[in-house]
Design a protein around this ligand. Sequence first.
Ligand SMILES: Cc1cc2nc3c(=O)[nH]c(=O)nc-3n(C[C@H](O)[C@H](O)[C@H](O)COP(=O)(O)OP(=O)(O)OC[C@H]3O[C@@H](n4cnc5c(N)ncnc54)[C@H](O)[C@@H]3O)c2cc1C
Length: 416
Amino acid sequence: MKKRILILGGGTGGTMTANRLRRRYGEDEAEIHVVDRDDRHVYQPGLLFVPFGLTQLEEIVRSRRRQLRGGIEFHESEIESVELDAEAVRLADGKLLPYDVLVVSTGARLQPEETEGLTGPGWNERVFTFYTPEGAAALQEALARFDGGRLVVNLVDMPIKCPVAPLEFAFLADWHLRERGIRSRTELVYATPLDGAFTKPVASANLAGLLVEKDVKLVTEFNAGEVDGVGGKLVSYDGRKLDFDLLVTIPLHGGAAYVERSPGLGDALGFVPADKQTLQSSAAPNVFALGDATDLPTSKAGSVTHFEAEVLAENVQRFLSGRELDAGYDGHANCFIESGFHKALLIDFNYETEPLPGHFPGALGLPLLRESRLNHLGKLFFQWIYWHALLPGREIPGIGPEMPARGKRQFQEATR
Ligand SMILES: Cc1cc2nc3c(=O)[nH]c(=O)nc-3n(C[C@H](O)[C@H](O)[C@H](O)COP(=O)(O)OP(=O)(O)OC[C@H]3O[C@@H](n4cnc5c(N)ncnc54)[C@H](O)[C@@H]3O)c2cc1C
């Protein structure tokens, strides 16, 4: 009998998964449905460049529908809830969509309203986030008007999407302000709740060195509790105050709101617990999750979502044919870190292994943990790969869910 696969979220993970599964199943074998609230697929890594005028929104937004292969049914609607017992999903208009397998890929939700004062007076005037298309566009205008003063970049708390993006913003701001000749009259501050520049100790030391080099003041263990957008003050829970003329915030993140309305599906933050290696959720055997929506101890990143999608598509097929699941996802993540002046770093890691020096994906590849022009070109080219290879669900030779050991000498030595 024809199986019914229902995918919640038509972003990075949902689109890749739908297209991969459509390639695996004929239309007479499986129906594939995707639900998303709108038809705007945003290439989110591009949001970093919008505030600096290096790209515009129209260059990074495309129709979601048009990223899906023929034979996939797209439902443009808000999701109301998942009814695990009935094996069905309720949409906002009351429609009920039944499923044999459910894939949760509704990402993470920004919650700026959870921080006192953040969205009060001054929001989108003196206080901005580049994590939304509208916020990134508003910040572009504000930065163009900015004529010096104190610019504070703050991430309120982890987890956030792309944990390196706020650092990249600070590096690019340094470059942008130098190009405009106003760096000497701008103080750049990077305030983080972490005890260093980043979550991973080796990369953290490396990135803290870059902050020093670029004269960006690092303020650690700063847990932002309150924002006064008119007075220009960011206040931590322990009473420390940071004055700002312009605040760039990365707000709190949680899971999608419908997860909280779906008993048994998610945790207290609205993220969906899933097996670290198979991506099967603990809610029910026929529910899988990937991307930013999960509670997995890896970065919330597009690269992670891509690697997970490969294992997840395989496991949906194995599940439907009653075979043992593939435990093939090792937490593999990689991120380009744009550092300004046409350079970028690249880090590659997994659940067990810290970012290491060397090359990716092999000895002749891109340099790891080191600034280079090649990495910057890689970051720019990545947008093309995203639309033309990753989203359509094509295989990329040598790049997959298992972190490559080749090219990383220390790793090879440690595991010999
Ligand atoms: C500024 C920025 C820079 C980034 N840079 C990088 C980078 O350089 N490298 C990298 O690897 N990653 C980067 N990322 C992270 C990357 O974009 C995400 O990790 C990735 O998109 C996650 O995919 P996803 O499918 O889990 O979620 P998304 O792609 O966010 O998709 C979730 C979808 O679910 C839909 N949805 C949610 N709730 C509902 C609902 N209730 N009803 C209907 N639809 C719903 C949303 O509309 C959305 O389309 C960046 C992110 C940001 C914000």
